[in-house]
Design a protein around this ligand. Structure first.
Ligand SMILES: N[C@@H](CCC(=O)N[C@@H](CS)C(=O)NCC(=O)O)C(=O)O
Length: 273
């Protein structure tokens, strides 16, 4: 096992399988900012996040040169303010800034909440290997602890995110509305960006928060050999991938997820601690 490692300037406290954490990892990567990862176990993560943030429970939490920032949208603003000369992901002013922040807020809330509820519900009820889905990316022995705790974690998730039939159906409808909005915003053209002619946080937010459903290569949810997916997920994934919004997400992951931020040298370091 690799010893836990730290980065002198920046640590992201996270769950590897969380799509909000994927959004922040992509945010940091696109800015060209290296960072270490501190992987937390759901449930006990709150001891760490509440201590760091003086009360907030959720991940991601970024500690950047001693500054603690909770919430992926706050992290976006913090990084733009602190590193304005790195690639810009939010236009500095004017209507493009407003549009970018509005789209970021919409997809953050809508896709963030509803992808999570729809996916967990179908993973849990469809007999998926939830322990692998959640804990494969953790180093041992955290992986073993996470696997042993999976039944308890599933029960907590069911309650916290209200995985009940009418809410799950509501999430499906909201997600369809989100795909339709995305296609309208892109004029049905999967080669475009949402704001102007370059990648922005609006693109990163929409693509990362839908990524558990779409499972692009280069995302943590890319299909793994031998993975057995519940039929409801397999069917909807195929349908979403076939439409312009899905094509756009696949393209963005292929072309932009791991693009090295200009002038920043090698791919940002990601160290699991
Ligand atoms: N709006 C928050 C949402 C973050 C969030 O919901 N994180 C989930 C993981 S996907 C979490 O930490 N859940 C456990 C908890 O709330 O204690 C953000 O953008 O950072």
């Amino acid at each position: 096992m690799c010893p836990p490692m730290t980065h002198p300037e920046r640590t992201l406290h996270q769950f590897p399988f969380s799509h909000y954490c994927e959004k922040t990892r992509w945010n940091l990567d696109a800015k060209g900012l290296p960072f270490a990862l501190e992987n937390l176990i759901p449930g006990s993560h709150r001891f760490v996040t509440k201590r760091l943030t003086k009360g907030r429970g959720s991940v991601p939490v970024l500690v950047d040169r001693g500054v603690v920032v909770a919430d992926s949208s706050e992290i976006v603003l913090h990084l733009e303010r602190t590193y304005p000369l790195m690639p810009t992901l939010v236009p500095a002013s004017g209507p493009e800034r407003e549009r970018c922040l509005e789209l970021e807020a919409y997809f953050d809330d809508m896709a963030g909440k509803h992808v999570r509820r729809w996916m967990y519900s179908h993973l849990f009820d469809g007999g998926a290997d939830v322990a692998s889905f959640m804990f494969n990316a953790y180093p041992a022995p955290q992986r073993w602890v996470g696997r042993a705790l999976t039944p308890v974690i599933k029960a907590l998730i069911r309650r916290q995110y209200r995985l009940v039939p009418d809410k799950v159906e509501e999430s499906r409808v909201k997600l369809l509305e989100g795909l339709e909005r995305l296609e309208r915003e892109l004029d049905g053209d999967s080669s475009r960006y949402l704001v102007g002619t370059a990648l922005s946080i609006a693109d990163i937010t929409a693509a990362s928060l839908y990524s558990p459903l779409v499972a692009p290569e280069g995302s943590p949810y890319a299909p793994r050999p031998g993975e057995a997916l519940p039929p409801a997920i397999a069917e909807w994934r195929a349908a979403v991938r076939a439409r312009p919004a899905g094509q756009w997400m696949l393209r963005l992951y292929q072309e932009d997820r791991w693009r090295v931020a200009s002038g920043q040298g090698a791919r940002p370091e990601m160290v699991a601690g």
